[in-house]
Design a protein around this ligand. Structure first.
Ligand SMILES: Nc1ncnc2c1ncn2[C@@H]1O[C@H](COP(=O)(O)OP(=O)(O)OP(=O)(O)O)[C@@H](O)[C@H]1O
Length: 253
């Protein structure tokens, strides 16, 4: 067993002549919050896409708790415990909050045919209990009977997170989790991310530098596909190269 959740060495992705991710080597420790930041087009999403198996690296390695995952299908990678929370409304609008999360938890009970879930109520008990636990964690217990379509924006983002949690992630990848949120919604989401990070390793792509500095245990800065800097927030905020590349040399991180 290793205390490194995710390790990449020389990770590279080329699209034709463009090198989107260029020789990135890093080690993300298990637990806590790691943020990946960088200007638009720096390669952050492409990095995530390689970790989730959506894209195959052009070269380099990716290990999850010491085992190579390169070349594995996205489905296999989810089964290993690497789950991504999407910022699209990736749920059934007409179903209730509980039903949406329950459908996601059902996927994790093997040995049942889909028809079992509809014919035998007993088969639903565990997924429902799990879904109710998740609703508590994502602060939507009171909305369990609300159709997903009726949720406020911030609540929809919580539901997306709940669907990701239903897959019982060891590594949760989150793409701009606070984008478009009000200050209150942002505060709630930050609290939620911090709570999740006590049970799983969380890796964020996040543009809000204040949030990143506040909640990250370590930060990786990508620039033109390369890892420009890596370390705790205080190291990153005092790094001249980060100031130059990420903020045009103008402000302070
Ligand atoms: N499927 C693809 N085919 C061709 N080029 C791609 C593809 N995906 C990404 N790119 C290019 O790779 C580079 C890195 O893109 P990527 O989306 O990873 O950056 P990013 O840091 O996530 O940017 P943003 O913050 O704007 O989302 C960009 O130049 C982008 O146009």
């Amino acid at each position: 067993m290793t205390d490194v959740a995710l390790k990449t060495e020389g990770l590279t992705k080329k699209f034709g002549t463009l090198t989107a991710v260029d020789g990135v080597s890093l080690e993300i420790p298990a637990g806590g919050i790691t943020s990946i930041i960088g200007p638009n087009g720096a390669g952050k999403t492409t990095f995530f896409n390689m970790v989730t198996g959506k894209h195959t690296p052009t070269s380099g390695t990716i290990e999850f708790f010491g085992e190579s995952i390169v070349g594995e299908s996205p489905h296999r990678i989810v089964n290993r415990g690497i789950v991504r929370s999407f910022q699209i409304n990736n749920f059934f609008q007409d179903l209730t909050v509980l039903e949406n999360v329950r459908l996601a938890t059902q996927a994790h009970y093997s040995g049942f045919a889909p028809s079992d879930f509809t014919r035998h109520h007993a088969a639903l008990e565990e997924p429902i209990a799990d879904a109710r636990d998740i609703l508590e964690r994502i602060q939507l217990a009171e909305e369990s009977a609300t159709p997903a379509a009726n949720l406020a924006y911030g609540q929809r983002r919580h539901l997306e997170l709940g669907i990701a949690l239903a897959a019982d992630p060891d590594l949760l990848l989150m793409d701009e989790p606070t984008a478009g949120m009000s200050p209150d919604e942002t505060g709630e989401m930050v609290e939620l991310i911090e709570a999740i990070s006590e049970e799983a390793t969380v890796v964020l792509i996040e543009h809000d530098v204040d949030i990143v500095m506040d909640i990250s245990d370590q930060i990786g800065v990508l620039n033109e596909g390369q890892l420009l800097a890596w370390g705790p927030p205080e190291t990153i905020s005092s790094d001249d190269r980060v100031q130059e590349a990420y903020l045009g040399g103008g402000g302070s991180v």
